[in-house]
Design a binder for this molecule. Sequence first.
Ligand SMILES: Cc1ncc(COP(=O)(O)OP(=O)(O)O)c(N)n1
Ligand SMILES: Cc1ncsc1CCOP(=O)(O)O
Ligand SMILES: [Mg+2]
Length: 505
Amino acid sequence: MTLPVVWSLGRFDSTGRHGVQASLRTQTALGCHGCSVLTDSASRSLSAELDALLAELPPQVIELQTLPDAKLGSELKRWLADNQDALASVRFVVNLDGIDGKIEAIALVCQSLARAGAELAVLTSVKSLLQRSEVSPESSFEANQVAELAAGLRQRLGVSTLVVSNADEGKLCAHGVDLVLKQEHYLLENRLPKAAAGHPLADVGELTAGLSAIWAQGYDFDDALVVARAYVNGLNQGSAFEGDEYGAHRSPAAAWPAQFEQFPKVALTGSRMESEFGFAPSSLANLAPFPRCDTYELGLYPVVDSLKWLERLLAQGVKTLQLRAKDLTQEQAEPMVAEAIAMGRRCGARLFINDYWQLAIKYGAYGVHLGQEDMAVADLNAIAEAGICLGISTHGYFEIMRAASLNPSYIALGHIFPTTTKEMPSAPQGLARLSQYHGLLAGRWPTVAIGGINAERAPKVAATGVGSIAVVRAVTEAADLRRALEALWLAYESGQDAREASYAR
Ligand SMILES: Cc1ncc(COP(=O)(O)OP(=O)(O)O)c(N)n1
Ligand SMILES: Cc1ncsc1CCOP(=O)(O)O
Ligand SMILES: [Mg+2]
């Protein structure tokens, strides 16, 4: 196994609790090889050290915890500019809170990185944001003011991504919030535990270290941030106070986050929090709950594009299925959707309608399936009020948490393997990630795996404990439909023990 390499540029802390040593612990716990470069020792040549490290262990991510003094700062800037090509695919994470007052210095370094074409995220706390904007953190301020100041800071620093964390419970809102500003924006909501005496809460330092380690493993930025926040929440929840003791301290049990409660909620467009920050008017404040599916185990789930296929599958006793007819106008789709819903009802099947949610409401479908983009534009209040089940597509941790915030009827996880049925903008998730995702959601929502699944791969998919296997080609391209369904069912049934074990975790 090849470990991703992450560099931390920061200070030495002889207690081992802060600085590069703390980052190293996080990098190791989260599955990376960490390299440490000290920025508080002027006795060495920084560029010679970075040259040697670049030759031997080129990084996927560089974490800048603190900026060196003016002399080493200029040397670092020069080195970054001289190595633009070699650094073009490296991502950078900067902990602005570790950089005392040197806003010009950090802006210079950021601009030099931007020229290298590198992806660059700067993380800071609300307190530090206000201080840098010359607003007293003690004075009262509104969430929308913070969003405005953050937008200004992002521009001043010239960075693609700025994350502002609020860890001061009660100051900004009653909960912890990460405000993420990119070309678009989003808000992560965290339940903040109280700090125990003598055990300060982990915050931006741990978040930058965790983000670096997870981003280095090929996750998209938003997925990496959500997992890093879950890691920090995990440190701050029970585990931080239950680890082994050393001196007067406890060693937090650092590990890949696997508990749903650790993960932040992603605020939905139209949520109360989005409106507090001045982003979108509140429209989902009184969203009725979506119906629960009658089981966590939706079983084999064929997704097809015609009434003919639905008829054949219903005749074979299939009980969960989807009509996915693309690119029709509402008028063209209406008779097909109406008939599909009537057929599903006659056979006592759970029939989901993809995309055409207005028609699903009009004809009283069992359920609707929506993608992430549809979620933002569909009338979710109308779907919930009509009492229609809702399934949501996801493609990684961030989207899973956004879907979960909606409390839908099921969550689909895809695409697991390469597929030719649909052009996918993201990479296949694979079985290991499917297992992690299902582990988070088991016993809370029914899960559905989709993408490239056939009879040969289905037993491995079922072994993850996932509650349903959705297929297109494995059914529509089968030479013998009855046999294909039998093989897929057999594979699904082989996962029964794994499914039961997953609810108990
Ligand atoms: C069970 C299931 N999972 C995912 C999808 C994909 O839905 P969506 O993201 O809306 O994309 P299209 O299917 O509309 O192309 C699905 N249909 N079913
Ligand atoms: C609609 C959809 N959404 C994610 S993958 C997929 C298509 C899956 O098709 P197949 O089972 O033929 O790979
Ligand atoms: Mg769709």
